[in-house]
Design a protein around this ligand. Structure first.
Ligand code: 13P
Length: 255
């Protein structure tokens, strides 16, 4: 069975004391121990947030990573450094990285491979832009992003990966995809992985939806057959809102 997951992508928000306060406050409000919760803060917060997460049984994620283990790569952070901080997950290929920092599918693939090699579970983000959606290119774009990112991996590595479908137009816009549309894309992702690897692998991969998820729409996404959770941006910044999302998600998943 795929364990449902809700991940918080804090992006470039919070300082150390705000972050630790959030975790303690959130943990008090939580009644959903069975569901996996991952907090992904900015790099400078990883150590403090990691310690707080471990106190409360939450998982820790980073928002990016370079593929080399060490060397002259000013400003980059290596898989070994994340391992040293006991990071469990790493977001790879977020649309903000692709759009604002020029990350390509090939670079995303190298990062995914490095994460798998170092046993950090990648949360691979894929999603179409508004123009691509309007041109009916959604499934083609998603197929290309997934196939390139996973090329050369073993099924045993792929089955542990988390894929987040985040339509670019839905991020931070207040305009979420419908659960039916997101479910159809998730089904397509499984189809591609089934063809690229095998059916068992396709069934094991967890697929999240991301893009304007909030406490009011989380239930519909959790009810969708192919969707196993959510990657939450803006609504993950407030402890009581995020706890409401996770508690609702758990109620739906374990009803
Ligand atoms: P919002 O939830 O703010 O739309 O952001 C989604 C996102 O980018 C998560 O990675």
């Amino acid at each position: 069975m795929r364990i449902p997951m809700i991940a918080a992508n804090w992006k470039m928000h919070k300082n150390i004391s705000e972050a630790v306060q959030f975790i303690d406050q959130y943990a008090e409000l939580l009644n959903a121990a069975q569901l996996e919760t991952v907090i992904c803060p900015a790099f400078p917060l990883l150590a403090a947030v990691g310690e707080a997460c471990r106190r409360h049984g939450l998982r820790l994620g980073a928002q990016n990573m370079y593929w080399e283990t060490a060397g002259a790569f000013t400003g980059e952070v290596s898989p070994l450094m994340l391992k040293d901080l006991q990071v469990d997950y790493v977001i790879i290929g977020h649309s903000e990285r692709r759009r604002l920092f020029g990350e390509t599918d090939q670079q995303v693939a190298r990062k995914i491979k490095a994460a798998c090699q170092h046993e950090i579970i990648p949360i691979l983000c894929v999603g179409e832009t508004l123009e691509q959606r309007q041109a009916q290119q959604t499934l083609g774009v998603i197929s290309e992003q997934v196939t390139t990112a996973l090329a050369g991996l073993d099924p045993s590595q792929v089955r542990k990966i988390v894929i987040a479908y985040e339509p670019v137009w839905a991020i931070g816009s207040g305009l979420a995809a419908t659960a039916a549309d997101a479910d159809a894309v998730a089904a397509q992702v499984r189809k591609i992985i089934g063809e690229q690897f095998n059916l068992k692998t396709a069934q094991d991969v967890r697929i999240l939806y991301g893009g304007s998820v909030n406490r009011d729409n989380i239930a519909e996404f959790m009810q969708a057959a192919e969707i196993d959770g959510a990657l939450v941006g803006g609504a993950s910044l407030d402890a009581s809102v995020f706890a409401a999302i996770v508690n609702t998600a758990a109620e739906v998943s374990f009803a």
